[in-house]
Design a binder for this molecule. Sequence first.
Ligand SMILES: [Zn+2]
Length: 301
Amino acid sequence: MFIDGVGLGADAAENPFFALRTPGLDSILDGRRFTAETVGYSGNKATLLGLDATLGVPGLPQSATGQASIFTGINAPAYLGGHLNGFPNFKLRGLLALKGIFKRLRQIGYRVCFANAYRPQFFDLLAKGLPDHHYSCSTLVTYYGGIKFFSMDDLFNGRAIYMDITNNLLKYQDYELPQITPEEGAMHLANLSRKYDFCLFEYFLSDLAGHHADQDQVEQVVDTLDRFIGTLALNVATDDTFLMVCSDHGNLEDNAVNDHTCNPVPLLMIGNPDLRRLIGDKTENLTHLLAGVEKGLSWKG
Ligand SMILES: [Zn+2]
């Protein structure tokens, strides 16, 4: 699971992951909080690491380069000569086309899926050939990986998840579906993941909430994430499933600023402790996550 714009912040009032109640995350971490204080903790259910998102490049870490680093294993800001916000440029798209996670995992023989559902307008564009601009890294690696995009039909049938998890935003987007709870969304993702070797879900409202700094929105995002991840942890971390939650840069964890931060970003691993140790070893920044996924997939423990 990839969450946009969530770093590990201080145990302080300006960090909504500390100031608000997060019983789901707390339970995963044996009562500890989802903050920088807990980095390095490894308990019965989970391990929390803090990864470097700046990748040694000056400036605030940004989405296009951060996500490209996660999804290719290449230091994208170093490759571009700076952090790039928003959507990938021509050079970054070339990197995603060559080394995107889905293409790579499929080449090794794994069954993969991108769990996010797309609206009909997207498929109209796709039929004409996906335009180069205005698409995030996850959409591009799905496209370049040659795998199916899930539709509103898949969403309706519980085979995909909408980007806000609850379908609430769809009513503002000319498309109404029954709303679901974060817990139901988590069950849809847990069930979907069992059909594949690797399954990715992306949630980016966290970064928007950090930029908007609207307290209601922040509370809703933290509550949704807490319930979604808390339910996932209870339902996917069985003997044959492993959950990794990561982000591209900090933002939401510091209310004192409306922009990205240089805080470490979480790698929250839920599942077998031996595998957590194996993946956690030498996983220090965003470029190490793809190798971690591969270690997990080839693990015979
Ligand atoms: Zn942002």
